[in-house]
Design a protein around this ligand. Sequence first.
Ligand code: UD1
Length: 364
Amino acid sequence: MKILTVLGARPQFVKANVISRILRQQAREVLVHTGQHYDYNMSDIFFKELGIPEPDYNLGISGGSHGQMTGKMLIAIEEVIQKEKPDAVLVYGDTNSTLAAALAAVKLHVPVCHVEAGNRLGTLSNPEEVNRICTDHISTLRLVCTESAMKFLEKEGLAEQSILTGDPMYDAFVYYASRLTDSDRKNVTGLDGKTVHMPESFYYLTCHRQENTDTDEKLFQILSAMNSLDAPTIYPVHPRNHDRALRICEKNKLANVILTQPVGYLTSISLVNGAKKIVTDSGGLQREAFFGQKQCVFVLDYVVWPETMVGNRNQLAKPDKGDILSKLSAQQHVDPSYMPFGDGHAAEKICQAILSLEQQKKAD
Ligand code: UD1
């Protein structure tokens, strides 16, 4: 079986790594990198650290409006599919790269397998929500991380060919968290290019979503909440809001917030394990906080991963200093054996489901 996998953004590299490792034992995989993330710290470092094979194609498409980026990717991926003639196209999550690949494949009658299907916020004003709804509805196979996502798919009439596999991000966390070295945690570079002297005690912030970073006001609220805490905050900044974050911190003398360059996966999960608490607007990091049993505050108007929202382990906050601080001060109480993201073997189940498409085809 020949699988064409399309990746483009940071969190997809992590998931693809655990799945490709198994898939390649039984199938031929052609890897396409759309180029959506392209800086060394946003892309290459993941391939290097995690040993992901070099992409067979790098389309070099990034930036611009959502329509421009998705449209250019659609054209380029269609050409690759026509040339490679895969048996299936494998996509991950909810980025513009995901939607473009799924659209290109379905129009060419190539089955789409969607990992991380079924999550819903309930608003089309979130760009990722649009991507995930469209991708789910044009997929042949939906690989689902959690029961709540399965329920959304059932409601939308998509229960058939939707399989609860568990979360490959959990697989990756289980695998790599036990292999971290001291240098992974220290491998943090400041915006000035110098190695950051890591404090013993710190909070970990990531904040990059369009909803929180497109104006000064919201990002200022988040950063001033972090600045007022009892330990410094490590904040690796996404290139989209690098300039804004730097300006806000300098103008308001937010010296308790340490801005750094984006970090690789291994450093990120060692920051999760070392942090007092975590504040984020990332779907991936809030799950990693959950896996590492760290208390987290998720800054957005909508719940993305309802399974994490138990016993104050993860709480929703507005981009508002008072709300964030009040949520951070709560105590968490979660049964440590509660693990709604599978058994750490989601990747095997995902690969099995994909490979069974070929058997179904032969049987038809
Ligand atoms: C994308 C995903 C989001 C995911 C995030 C992970 C969509 C709609 N959103 O958001 O779901 O959580 O990736 O990080 O696909 N940029 C650089 N260097 C890079 C990457 C991006 O400078 O290596 C710039 C781009 O040129 C662009 C901006 O950052 O101007 C935003 O990047 P983009 O890929 O559009 O979306 P993300 O915010 O990264």
